[in-house]
Design a binder for this molecule. Structure first.
Ligand SMILES: NC(=O)c1ccc[n+]([C@@H]2O[C@H](COP(=O)([O-])OP(=O)(O)OC[C@H]3O[C@@H](n4cnc5c(N)ncnc54)[C@H](OP(=O)(O)O)[C@@H]3O)[C@@H](O)[C@H]2O)c1
Length: 208
């Protein structure tokens, strides 16, 4: 499969790119600073650009079979960069008839099936206090993807760690999961969705 990856330079994104290549996928990724990216592979194409640039986003998406985004806000300014970039991603997908999109978001972006416990409310309030605009940006991203006419899955995650993959996951909704997830396990789960429709039009929360 040929996959466009957004956020591939990030801490999770590097796992997504590496694992995608190991699975035999062809990868096209957009990077603001390609020179900082160390993975090289014959099946990896890196385009230089910003998700705010619609032409760069379109060039990344043209000709792919699916899109994975592990984009996350770089700061807490009220700029809503990821949400604006998501508009470009969804527009380009429509233009080039790419149906499948798998994105990540924090578990603080709620789903109607969530059953938050006291600890979830506490972390939610804390996050809103500390990173109000970043949280709002990702809420808008999820709302846009959910209301799109694409074949979407939103993978919601708790605090991420750089622990090695454990290979086992809790999958459910907020209230069912724990407070930690290794980025390697998250990447593997997101890539699995390329060939699995179980979570089509759904936003499960996952953890270790
Ligand atoms: N970290 C956590 O504990 C946590 C918790 C809950 C949810 N999440 C979610 O999990 C996902 C991955 O998290 P992470 O910690 O691995 O993220 P990260 O390391 O912060 O990576 C974010 C990625 O987004 C890219 N990006 C941001 N603005 C961009 C722009 N304007 N144009 C192009 N690329 C842009 C960054 O590119 P550059 O390399 O150029 O900066 C980077 O590749 C995100 O969706 C995040 O919201 C994370």
């Amino acid at each position: 499969m040929k996959v466009a990856i957004f956020g591939g330079t990030g801490k999770t994104g590097q796992h997504v790119v590496q694992q995608a290549l190991e699975l035999g996928h062809e990868v096209v990724m957009l990077a603001r600073t390609p020179s900082n990216f160390t993975i090289q592979h014959p099946k990896l194409t890196i385009l230089k650009g910003d998700i705010l640039d619609a032409a760069c986003v379109e060039a990344t998406i043209q000709g792919v079979d699916a899109v994975i985004s592990v984009l996350g806000p770089s700061n807490n300014k009220p700029e809503f960069v990821i949400s604006k970039g998501t508009d470009h991603i969804l527009n380009a997908m429509k233009q080039h008839n790419v149906r499948r999109i798998i994105i990540s978001a924090g578990a603080g972006v709620r789903d109607p099936q969530d059953k938050p416990k006291f600890i979830d409310h506490f972390f939610g309030l804390l996050l809103n206090l500390l990173s109000k605009n970043a949280v709002e940006d990702m809420k808008q991203v999820v709302a846009k993807v959910r209301s799109s006419d694409r074949d979407w899955s939103v993978i919601r995650v708790p605090m991420l760690t750089d622990q090695p993959a454990q290979g086992t996951l809790k999958i459910g909704y907020v209230g069912d999961i724990t407070t930690r997830l290794s980025r390697a396990d998250m990447a593997a789960f997101m890539l699995k969705q390329l060939v699995d429709d179980t979570y089509l039009s759904q936003a499960p929360a996952i953890s270790n």
